[in-house]
Design a protein around this ligand. Structure first.
Ligand SMILES: [Zn+2]
Length: 141
């Protein structure tokens, strides 16, 4: 077994709904689906608009700046791949476009709080996929 093997869960970058998100993340862009009928943004991807039921949508870039809406600190590794990273923070971040993402918060765990400003950072985990994570910024970021 190679020592550099990636031991954490891997997203399905070929998923028909979420594939465009993963492709954009690879290019270090944060995206969401936008309904072509009512213009509502949504994430994660859905084949149908939850607001107007339209099947027509497109992927658009959204703001990489946001605010922590909620968070948890993991003190137990629920997957063995994370065992050497606990405790770590996972937050729900609401971007300035109003789209909510769930992701890791990197940096000082003790400073994480609801309402803190964050910005997206793009972690190239393997040559195949990039994760969107969040880092704290000062002030209005
Ligand atoms: Zn709609």
């Amino acid at each position: 077994m190679a020592t550099d093997e990636y031991l954490k869960p891997v997203p399905n970058v070929e998923d028909p709904d979420m594939g465009p998100f993963w492709a954009a993340a690879r290019e270090h862009r944060l995206t969401a689906q936008r309904c072509l009928n009512c213009a509502q943004l949504r994430f994660p991807a859905l084949p149908i608009c939850p607001n107007c039921w339209s099947l027509d949508s497109e992927w658009v870039d959204v703001s990489t700046n946001g605010t922590i809406w909620s968070f948890v600190v993991y003190h137990r590794a629920f997957h063995p791949g994370f065992a050497d990273e606990i405790p770590y923070v996972v937050a729900i971040v609401e971007t300035d476009d109003g789209v909510r993402y769930t992701g890791r918060v990197v940096g000082s765990r003790d400073e994480v709080a609801v309402g803190r400003r964050v910005r997206a950072v793009f972690a190239d985990e393997t040559p195949a996929f990039t994760l969107v994570k969040w880092e704290l910024v000062d002030g209005d970021g």
